[in-house]
Design a protein around this ligand. Structure first.
Ligand code: PLP
Length: 390
């Protein structure tokens, strides 16, 4: 019990600290960049759908149990929408509705992993992957970060794949760097994994965690990975793409081309139930059926990204310009980024240390906050630059 509490999310702890600081200094005087909680409202179509559904749909159906994998018509609508956008050929049997991306990842890891299996992730990675893999007695194997590009280190990846490797998790666009893996990157990963499957005579599943797929800037394209590697499973979520993180709704795509499709799909159905989710929230599923192509306005994120990135560079900080998501991964001006994080707190700035993402020496700034918060935080960042960079 103590071990998992100790290992639990630093991000959540900082969020709680931010709330405390706000009660002491006033919310407008605290620059809380700790949590990826979208501040752009959900599209109006979502709120309208909730009201219409409650009025129009039959109550027993709306609030009842359903197949573990979700309402068939909702899954069909989602499959059609993916096919239209990405030129794929999925139908409802390829979609499992999930309790957000976190629920989806747990369902698929429960389905695939035997105790002792290895799951590879590329640092910096979303820290909860370690807990999710640990939930099923798997071992997380980490590929060290390439801090020049934050793209995967292919040589190290190839070396670390073993006969025990069951899955590889990627996150595109990436939390915490905002980097997008290009088509070339996905193709290279696919080539290496094909080669290793043949070498070991095993199945190695690519799990693509994609809650930020829709949040990209400057026309950057996020490749659809099922097109490049047959054993791909996608975990999608509406938490960020429709600003609905508290509603807990997402889905898994399990293509028919995946090895042992029937078994994997049946296992995901059972896992959804026995992990205690039973099924994804019914009202939200019905909302997605009506709002599958709705979009949040990403302009406020883009405005924040431009102002923050340009200002931090002007003050002398270093960071790669994020292409997607709503995070900026800043190089700490001192080796121990926790010293920098503590110093920033004195200026009421809350950021997450890179070590929470297996990438010390960096800090994550979640810029899904009001534009005023960004503007008002700039003098404090300037002061920090003076303190650390002279
Ligand atoms: N994966 C990544 C990379 C995330 O950043 C998050 C949430 O921040 C999740 C998964 C969990 O998302 P959800 O709220 O959809 O469960």
């Amino acid at each position: 019990m103590k071990a998992f509490v100790a290992g639990s999310s630093v991000i959540r702890a900082m969020f709680e600290e931010g709330k405390k600081m706000a009660s002491v200094y006033g919310a407008e005087n605290v620059y809380d960049f700790s949590l990826g909680n979208p501040n752009v409202p959900a599209p109006e179509a979502v709120n309208k759908a909730i009201i219409d559904i409650v009025r129009e749909e039959e109550s027993v159906f709306l609030h009842g149990y359903m197949s573990n994998s979700g309402y068939e018509d909702v899954r069909k609508v989602i499959a059609d929408s993916i096919n239209k956008k990405h030129g794929t050929a999925f139908d409802e049997k390829n979609i499992v509705m999930t309790v957000g991306a976190a629920g989806g990842l747990n369902v698929i890891l429960k389905s695939l992993i035997n105790p002792g299996d290895e799951v590879i992730a590329f640092a910096p990675y979303f820290g909860e992957y370690r807990s999710y893999v640990g939930n099923y007695d798997g071992n997380l194997v980490v590929i060290s970060p390439d801090t020049e590009t934050f793209q995967p280190k292919f040589d190290e990846f190839e070396e670390k794949i073993t006969a025990k490797t069951k899955a590889v998790i990627i996150n595109n666009p990436n939390n915490p760097t905002g980097v997008v893996y290009s088509e070339e990157t996905i193709k290279k990963l696919a080539d290496i994994m094909e080669k290793k499957q043949k070498e070991f005579g095993t199945e190695i599943y690519l799990i693509s965690d994609e809650p930020y797929r829709e949040l990209v800037y400057d026309g950057v394209k996020v490749p659809y990975p099922t097109k490049y590697y047959a054993n791909t499973i996608i975990g999608y979520s509406y938490s960020k793409s429709l600003s609905l993180p508290g509603e807990r709704i997402g889905y898994l795509v399990i293509p028919s081309e995946v090895s042992d499709f029937e078994d994997v799909s049946s296992a995901a159905n059972v896992a959804t139930r026995i992990l205690g989710f039973v099924n994804a929230p019914s009202l939200m599923q019905r909302v997605i059926a009506r709002c599958v192509d709705a979009e949040v306005n990403i302009k406020p994120y883009n405005d924040n990204r431009e102002l923050l990135y340009n200002s931090l560079l002007e003050y002398g900080f270093e960071c790669a310009k994020p292409q997607g998501a709503f995070y900026l991964f800043l190089k700490s001006p001192v080796e121990d980024e926790k010293v920098f994080v503590e110093a920033a707190k004195k200026h009421h700035i809350l950021m997450v240390p890179g070590s929470s993402f297996a990438c010390p020496g960096y800090v994550r700034i979640a810029y899904c906050v009001s534009h005023d918060t960004i503007k008002n935080s700039l003098p404090a960042f300037k002061e920090l630059a003076k303190e650390f960079l002279g």
